[in-house]
Design a protein around this ligand. Sequence first.
Ligand code: SF4
Length: 358
Amino acid sequence: MKHIDEYRDEKVISGMASTISRRKAAKPLKFMHVCGTHENAIARFGLRALLPEWIRIIAGPGCPVCICPTEDIDLASQIALEKKAAIVTFGDMMKVPATDGSLFDVKSSGGKIHVVYSPSDAVSMARENPYEEICFFGVGFETTAAPVAAAILSRPPDNFSMISSHRIIPPALELLLNRDDVAIDGFILPGHVTTVMGYSEYEDFPKKYGKGVAIAGFEPADVLLAILNLVEQVIEKDYKVFNCYRRSVTREGNRLAREAIQNVFEISDSRWRGIGIIKNSGLKLRTEFQKYDAVKKFQLRKEKESIDLNPGCLCHLIMIGKIEPPECPMFGKRCTPEFPYGPCMVSSEGTCRLHHGL
Ligand code: SF4
């Protein structure tokens, strides 16, 4: 298949769904994807309804906005309100609840918050406003970390700084694989992250954990192909990393993007909202780029404990795939896309937001 229409062709889709249904696994299967864009595609094209009832597809911690810890949003708010610097970030971050309110609330209180589409826009803003402090609040996984690294390598001016709230996927998968209460039969890996990083770093998973891994693109046929492949891996008990997105992903990934990330960032233990600290799962600026570290530049100190989850919010269970959104008592009542009570209701990649309606 070459063109996007072919990946959405109804005959192709229903044929693939029938093939999956005809396969016979010895037990019900639960596959997890770790990507908000996959959840978006699954919801938009109604893929769950096409699958037999013995297959469940659950969403893992794949929405970058949802897993961004409150302490990082609190730092951004502190910079905007106390240090009078401009916080520059992606639009999805605006409504995410934090300890004393969202960045939208900070803006309403007079803090300077700007929305950009790319980190290079933030660098341009710093160049164009030399007398203003511009602080980029960077969130996201490996895919977003690559352009942020490129922006840092462009040597921004001294009035530029950043909060790095970037996370990497493999340690989160290992954490989930070590939890008996989640019991996943295989992972659908995000096509964009593996386009950047390649899939070599997942090759230990099948041997070590006896679980299948399939890399998928974002069209309905891509996702169904990954599900079919995972079902076959379970039936054959032959676990491997299978690349179902060959038109974009290679084993080695994008060498230049990987090098940029490695040159600018080093691995750190990092908090995932509602999940806690995951060892070696974050990216912090290397020593040679410390002058861009906003926490150091503004000598920020934590004044009080950050609150990741509002009372009653079950986002932590949503993010590890333990419950579905309607199981949260807040869903659609106190928590809606207009007035999100928890982070999973904010972004168009958030599981609760997608269940609520696109
Ligand atoms: S419905 Fe709202 S509060 Fe409940 S888990 Fe989802 S985002 Fe969190």
